[in-house]
Structures are given as C-alpha cells and as structure tokens.
Ligand binder design. Sequence first.
Ligand code: PBG
Length: 311
Amino acid sequence: MRELVAETQLRKADLIAPLFVREGASAPQEITSLPGVMQHTQASLHKEVERLIDLGIPGVILFGLPLKKDVIGSQAWHPKGVVQTALKGLVASFGDDIILMADTCVDEFTSHGHCGAMAADGTVDNDATLKLYAKMAVAQARAGASVIAPSGMMDGQVAAIRAALDNDGHHDVAILAYSAKYASSMYGPFRDAVDVTIADGGHRKGYQQDWRNARESLTEVHLDLAEGADMVMVKPALAYLDIIANVRREVDVPVAAYHVSGEYAMLKAAAANGWIDGEAAALEVTTSIKRAGADIILTYLAAELAEILPA
Ligand code: PBG
C-alpha cells in the first residue's frame, strides 16, 4: 500500500549524468574527491556513454579539460577542442540514443579559472564574456550538442547564445539555463575534476548568487525565460530545495536541479565510513529533489541509481 500511495517516484528518465573528458589523457583517471567519477579519455568516455545508454540514462552533460588554457579560454570554441571532439564522436556513434548536453562556460579553459574574460580592474567583464559564450555555444552546436547549458551567470548570456545559435542555423538546439546558480562551497570537488583554481580571491561572488537570497532566483529565472531559455536550472540542489519549489510554482517550463559535486562527495564520504547507508541516502536525497519540483536531475549518482530505479 505504501507503494500505491507514494506521491513521488524517481525514474531513470529523470537523470542526467555529468561527464568529464580530458584532452591528451592516455588513461581514465578517478577524481579523488569524487569517488567513482572519472576524468575520461575520448575512448573511455565513449564506453561510459554506451554503458549509460544500456542502463537507460537519457542524457549526459559534458565538461572538458583542455591541454592549453589561456586568458580568454579559446579552446572552448576551437573546432578541435576537447568537448567538440567528444561531441562529434558521440553523435557519430550514438545519434539520438542519448541527449548530448554541453556546459557552456569558459572556466575550465581559462588560465585564471574565472567564468569569463577579465577586465583591467580584475573583475570579470560581463559583456565581453557574452561574445565568448556565443562562439562556444555555436562550436558545441556544430559539433552535435542538442542542449546548450550556459553556467557562467553572466547577465544576458541566454539572449546572446540564442541569437548566435539561430544565426548559425541551430534553431532546434535547446537552451538549459543555469538560471539560479549560487556561489556555493559545494563546487570544490568539481574544481578538482576540471583542474580549476580561481585566481584573485578564489570565488565567484561577483557573478554567482548570494545564498542568503531566495527572491532573486525568480528574477533570474524570468530574465532567462524572456531571453529564450527552454529549461531552467537551480544549483546546487539540496540546500536549495526551497528555491526549486519556488521556481516550480512560478514557471511551466521544465525545471532542472544540479545535485553538485560537494553534495555527492559528502554522501560518498559518509557512506565510505559506514556512517550512513550510501544507497538508501542516494535514493532519498535525489527523490527529495524531485519531490521539491525538479523534472530533471543532474547527478553523479545517475549510473548507480539507474541500477535500482524503474525506467
Ligand atoms: C562552471 C560550472 C561549475 C559547476 C558546473 N558548471 C563550477 C563553478 O561554478 O565553479 C559545478 C558542478 C559541481 O560542483 O558538480 N563551469
């Protein structure tokens, strides 16, 4: 009867797996602070995507580690850049069997680790950055991404990307906007995963949201929708279930939530110590994200949850 009256049922079809691909890597390497998550070679990425398709996971979001970083992150839009190369290979092998999303932000590609071009005063230059994101999104769409996910929190990024995509003929490529993205302490393991150390203060408080604020998220969501976002995202997820619920009540588009690296790492660390039951906790926290109102959950737990969830 408990099954019969359960209000929320998490399904494989709700989950998106974040994947990392490293240029020039000769073997996949596990990320110490993200147990079970790898920096992939192009070949091991291919195998992992094949495994995820077999498991019934509907989509992946790609992050790349370039060999060469520079001040504007130019590898982010190079046609032979690490993410573009990965996308081309995956599209050729798997076609429509999996949704290929690309994270659109230059922090993995810049020498200073910020999400944009720097102004002379050491701040991030919002409007100069929009031009970089536009080039990056077009390169990703040309390589085969069907969803562009801008995560840099620059004002106007969705409008700039939509215009650039349309202008290049990618009318069908969707935009999943990281609309309400907080300056969180929960991104630490991700920054290990992509080898990013943020220069000048080591934080993104100049462009990501203050976690003391809730109403601001709705403003960000409405701006992104007005600019052409097809789906919106809240990030992180667990300390922001109120934000997810607010956004869900406010809009009719699909709402995504990113169960981020730190949230995953905390769970894995406690489970490894035998302090919590890892599988039960994984199911509970991800179901809570859906219960709060998320339709789509990006999580490093995707593959292991797929083993125990219905389609
Ligand atoms: C920016 C980006 C970040 C994450 C996803 N996209 C890092 C940041 O904003 O510092 C974090 C994801 C995670 O912690 O799992 N490219």
